[in-house]
Design a protein around this ligand. Sequence first.
Ligand code: NDP
Length: 489
Amino acid sequence: MTTTFDSLNPATGEVVGSHPKHSADTVHEAVGRAEEAAAWWGGLGHAERRRRLLDYKAVLTQHLKELTGLVHRETGKPVGDATLEVVLAITHLDWAARNAHKVLGRRRVSTGMIGLNLVATLEYLPLGVVGVIGPWNYPVFTPMGSIAYALAAGNAVVFKPSELTPGIGVRLAELFRESVPEHEVFQTVTGLGETGAALAADPRVRKIAFTGSTATAKRVMAACAENLTPIVAECGGKDAFIVDADADLAAAADACLWGALSNAGQTCVGVERVYVVDAVYESFMRELSERVTKVRAGEDYGPITMPGQVDIIKRHIDDATKSGRTVAGGPASVRAPYVDPVIVEDVPEDSPAVREETFGPTITVRRTRDAAEALELANASAYGLGGTVFSRNARRATELARRMRSGMTAINSVISFAGVPALPFGGIGDSGFGRIHGADGLREFARPKAISRQRFAMPGMNLTSFTRGPAELERLIRLVTFLHGRRKS
Ligand code: NDP
């Protein structure tokens, strides 16, 4: 007998929906169906897949209000934020569908002088079945960053949404069937951690796209190691926000607060650490502390979606307010399921609030001598996902961004890179590896296939034959000396 579990509205405790806890057997059956579907979908070709995916995009857009309502109920986030999330997912789906052929399609590549008699082609073929294990904080945008790109690359997808947001995951797959009714190209399985574990352990799954905590990513990777299943892992971060001396301070404070507090801080690329150069420190803090008084938990952002997260947030706030100076909020800001904004200055760099992912509406702020010191502190993190630089000097800001140890950096805006489908998304270090979004995101779900075809035998240069003689070798040495033997200086 299949048991069920409920998804709850974290703001009210109301049951939003009841879903099956899919067993390992059910997951394996889904993967079996996906294998058949992958053969069909992979064989359709780019043009037909593009047509189907653009149709799916239209279906999602037509159901926008229904989907955002469901996201609102399952996560507690305001409908406006849910709308922004679904719209972003739709733009990614559109980009993946329109660009898959250009990025992955068959093309000729240069063969070089030694391969003059060859034609070389490269294309990126589907992997087969891709397993997507998704989080609850952006239950449409985040998994769609893998699902859309995997589908556009010609794979079938089995999606295991977080146990906190199963309903929206189920609906995304249901709506897909309106555009692709023939085979189960995109299925959702529901359940708790064990359901995801069964998906990761299935040897017929050719890649796992995981979003969640670093600790769980390691467990998923261990399961994948059994079958040598590759994984792309997006594991959150501890993103830094640097305010340089020439920054527009009003804009910086506004962006900083939104980056830190929207979605109650439950954003992998949310602002968690702020470094402000000495010259503008007081002015920036004035802007920040004035503006934060106008942001309200329960109105501007929703509750903490995962009940267990409240304890982590509380631990970080308690510790930070003991060692640092409180600018806004404090331990009393935690009134589960809501947490009011908390800003603390001068928290030691080795404290949990600076080192560990808080995933709540809190920031630590530190004064730095200059931008170089800000960058040094920003980079001294085990995580390396995103980050922000505020400066009016585009060249200087770009240089700081390039030297930031992260996968993405926004300049004079927050998180703007996530809304540009052509930009790859992912991190380094404890933030994970591999990329979703953009051309790299398409290639992440495909395997390069290289073909070299000999058009004619090269006279007197048959190098890969036992008939090769000293004269051929001599010709080769002369050719390579001509091509590569001259030093520039
Ligand atoms: P987890 O990493 O535990 O869960 C992420 C996903 O993995 C969920 O779908 C979960 O399913 C699934 N899962 C859990 N255990 C396994 C397993 N053994 N094998 C396969 N899949 C598994 O994150 P949590 O939701 O518990 O959040 C914990 C922390 O992770 C947060 O405090 C936050 O710091 C971070 N996080 C980061 C996110 C990001 O965007 N990078 C998103 C969410 C969380 P189920 O929900 O059913 O357990």
